[in-house]
Design a protein around this ligand. Sequence first.
Ligand SMILES: Nc1ncnc2c1ncn2[C@@H]1O[C@H](COP(=O)(O)OP(=O)(O)OP(=O)(O)O)[C@@H](O)[C@H]1O
Ligand SMILES: [Mg+2]
Length: 241
Amino acid sequence: MQEQEKSPLEQIGDELKLLFSGEQEMYGALKALGLVPGNMLFSHISAERGWIRGGGETYALPFSVHMKGENKDGKYAHELKLVFKACTPFPGPVPLLKIFDSWIARRKLLEANGVSTPVLCGAFSALVLEEYLEHHLSDVILQTNDRFSILNELGRSLGVIAKLSFNPPGSIICDLRSRGNDVVFIDFGYDLGDPQLPAQEATAMDILNRTVRDLIIWKISAQEEIDYFRAGFLRSYGRLL
Ligand SMILES: Nc1ncnc2c1ncn2[C@@H]1O[C@H](COP(=O)(O)OP(=O)(O)OP(=O)(O)O)[C@@H](O)[C@H]1O
Ligand SMILES: [Mg+2]
């Protein structure tokens, strides 16, 4: 309840201190993390709101770190967008920190196999500080003039997920984000599904077919577009065989 009464900036300050114990000042914590490079000057932090429920299993606190730099063309401003995410999984017998560790391990597994994830700035006690990804993947796919390559990349990423034998229970692509020209996974919890070892081909084909149906709902339905997605999926799924 008390959290509700704090301003967004006070909430960010509390979390930074929790993550980077020993640093009393927000600036010190950001600097210690390497988030304010030596050639930039910290200006201020801004946030539109405090903690809110991100979805079924998370709370989110997005904010920006504003900095100033100087180069041969003169002074410029730089905004670094970040988000705190708190892990609040569905209640069950597994302790919270164990679930949190498994999310971090799954995230690292995806990264090690070439799936893009947000830059992880810090992780502690069911809390992560990570890169804020500006775009929903759906917006990027609908607006880009390089749709084929993003669809191919989406297929490649999902092929890896399938090959690693994850079995997402619902639509996967609605949770995906983008930096504008890529495909980034942000959810390593329930929505990724539990690995079913050994990998089942039927599950992989189900992921493929379900995603094609989701793409059609997004009005990505031209045969050539679906073919690019499918080719990316089958190539990465097959390559890992
Ligand atoms: N790093 C990020 N940058 C930008 N947006 C994010 C980031 N992480 C999560 N989000 C947004 O918050 C939403 C919820 O995040 P996430 O899927 O991790 O939590 P969840 O509790 O599983 O939510 P849901 O039940 O809606 O899937 C995502 O769909 C995404 O739009
Ligand atoms: Mg989710």
